[in-house]
Design a protein around this ligand. Structure first.
Ligand code: ATP
Ligand code: MG
Length: 592
């Protein structure tokens, strides 16, 4: 339960409204007791008048009886209306607070997610993150709102109603209350079973959602392999399981209400039987029986909800635990680092090493490197040799396990994170486009309001997109569809490049981002890039050696190490792996 203490800040934030809600609960209970009292008094008066005016007979007798009870009927209606008003205000304050807390909590979690580093995202599934900000927050809301409200209501109803019952008849009160703990306990038990089965249903639902999401995302592959029926069978099996779980829940649900009504019925029967005998003995009135049945009805819901409320609190505690787990993850600190990003001389890597968590061997080992400001560095090497890892270390997306990355002797952590990111334009190997227009996707690299049509068109042209855009009927306003499905692989890569070029950065990193365009176009684009990036520092990663001809310095990586380095002609002349590769690519016309 201590997990729920994390919510105290929110309770404190809305303490006034919460307190007002609790006051309404107290008042609605006090007024509620008067409803029963007025019924008793009215009925007793009516019975009394029926006896005293028995001689009148007929119409006159009825008139006398109605007259005696009329005042109490008015009071009764007033009390019931007041109780209704207080209950309305109670819900209006506490349930509204719970919605506000839900809103705040969601925003806080979302903000926290945004501050978490990439290592967090590598270790967690998107679905899990969505569940914690969605379903888990909803469970917590049920605690902040309904559970707290019902719990306070239970306490005050018990105090007011049971005190009143004891004042009227102690012995009958004890008898009537005996089945109630049993009711509460069994409801608690049934609620737990319902919750468990509900969780199974939720889990199965997320299996279904993931399966359908994956099917739609991979529909091109599925169709081209003619695998529709296999996917359909798999989906049918999953929906069948979902149906079975829902039916299991329906069975318990259908037992729930009859069980409640049975136990309540036993208590009512006891009031009638024992109360009836007391009336015969002259120690109880007919009004008392009616009053007791009303008290019993007032107690039933709180007793029933006690089990339900406890289950809600347990569920909320489990959810809050999951939320806290993520909130406790340290975000990327930007506290002390306020320096604007700047470097005048060089970027240096000293003995930089990095091993992915759980990996057997390092992705980068003992990298020593100097990149003078304004130069172009080319990186090549076999697949899996550590090129992308090196790019991510340079962009401070991952921190080396040992060694350093320095911008004029300053680590990336010394700079304001935002400013650092603004000055480093990184084109990742995996393109990600948003389901927005081409223009918006390119302007993504700029601050809100800084984008202009000219800038976007210029960046698109520099990335070699001008011809493609001219062919789109809506030009830059073309909608790209989910993840840019409407573009070819090479077009997507060039949009990603344009997104980086539109930034006025100091360092540009292109991670194999022209692999999907033909060799000629790649060379053409790289030539225009190197012209545009005069005076800027650029790092070009490519498998095609011809693309690296413009580089001032080239690294050949193998298994995380620099195995050869130098200028293009030096490497070709050296007769090592680079020159072998160069010959191979020339012979296979790879260079065109
Ligand atoms: N998130 C990760 N977790 C664990 N290991 C990883 C992860 N990403 C990469 N690796 C491993 O680290 C090594 C270097 O990967 P990296 O992505 O840097 O290669 P690369 O040179 O960019 O390859 P490619 O040319 O195919 O893009 C590989 O052996 C790879 O399996
Ligand atoms: Mg890579």
């Amino acid at each position: 339960m201590k997990e729920l203490l994390a919510l105290n800040v929110y309770f404190r934030r809305y303490a006034g409204k919460m307190l007002f809600g609790v006051c309404c609960i107290v008042l609605s209970n006090v007024v509620g007791v008067y409803v029963a009292v007025f019924v008793r008094e009215g009925l007793n008066e009516a019975v009394l008048h029926r006896q005293t005016a028995a001689g009148l007979g007929g119409e006159a007798l009825m008139g006398a009886v109605y007259g005696a009870a009329a005042g109490f009927v008015v009071l009764l209606l007033l009390a019931a209306a007041l109780k209704g008003l207080f209950m309305y205000l109670m819900r209006q304050s506490i349930v509204v607070v719970s919605r506000k807390v839900e809103y705040d909590l969601k925003n806080d979690i979302y903000n926290h997610y945004q501050q978490l580093g990439l290592s967090f995202y590598r270790a967690h599934f998107t679905g899990d993150m969505m569940a914690r900000i969605g379903e888990d927050v909803s469970n917590v809301r049920m605690y902040v709102g309904p559970a707290v409200m019902y719990f306070a209501n239970i306490i005050f109803t018990f105090i007011t109603v049971i005190a009143q019952m004891l004042m009227v008849n102690t012995q009958l009160t004890v008898w009537v209350l005996i089945p109630l703990p049993l009711l509460s306990y069994s409801i608690y038990h049934v609620s737990k079973i319902i919750n468990r089965r509900n969780t199974d249903i939720q889990n199965q639902l997320s299996v279904l959602t993931t399966a359908s999401q994956e099917t739609f995302a991979g529909i091109r592959v599925i169709k081209s392999f003619g695998a529709e029926s296999a996917f359909f069978d798999d989906f049918s099996a999953k929906t069948e399981e979902y149906r079975r779980l829902n039916m299991r829940l329906a069975v318990v649900n259908s037992l729930f209400f009859p069980l409640m009504i049975l136990l309540v019925g036993i208590s009512t029967l006891m009031v009638l039987y024992l109360g009836g005998r007391a009336v015969e003995a002259g120690t109880f009135s007919a009004g008392n029986i009616a009053e007791f049945i009303l008290y019993l009805n007032m107690l039933i819901w709180p007793v029933a909800s006690l089990g339900w409320t406890t289950a809600l609190v347990q569920k909320a505690a489990a959810s809050q635990k999951r939320i806290n787990e993520f909130l406790e993850h340290e975000g990327e600190k930007d506290g002390a680092a306020v320096l604007p990003f700047q470097f005048n001389k060089e970027i240096t890597l000293r003995n930089t090493e990095f091993t992915y968590p759980g990996a057997a061997k390092p992705a980068l080992s003992k990298i020593n490197l100097t990149i003078p400001k304004g130069s172009i560095l080319g990186i090549t090497g076999k697949t899996g040799c550590g090129k992308s890892t090196l790019a991510q270390v340079l962009t401070a997306q991952i921190s080396p396990n040992s060694g350093e990355v320095l911008f004029d002797e300053k680590t990336p952590g010394a700079f304001s994170r935002k400013d650092f990111n603004n000055h480093i334009a990184y084109v990742p190997q995996d393109v990600f486009l948003f389901s927005d227009t081409l223009a918006e996707n390119i302007a993504f690299g700029l601050a809100e309001g800084a984008e202009t049509d000219e800038k976007i068109a210029e960046a698109a042209a520099q990335a070699g997109l001008a011809r493609d855009i001219a062919q789109f009927p809506l030009g830059l306003k073309t909608l790209l569809g989910e993840r840019g499905v409407l573009l070819s692989g090479g077009q997507k890569q060039r949009v990603s490049i344009a997104r980086a070029l539109i930034k006025d950065a100091d360092v540009y990193i292109f991670d194999d981002c022209l692999s999907a365009v033909d060799a000629d176009t790649e060379k053409e684009i790289i030539t225009s890039l190197t012209q545009k990036l005069q005076g800027k520092t650029a790092i070009i990663i490519s498998h095609r050696l011809a693309s690296l001809q413009a580089a001032d310095h080239i690294l050949l990586l193998d298994e995380g190490k620099i195995v050869e380095e130098g200028t293009f002609s030096e490497l070709v002349r050296a007769g090592g792996s680079f020159s072998e590769l160069y010959k191979l690519q020339s012979n296979t016309n790879y260079l065109c």
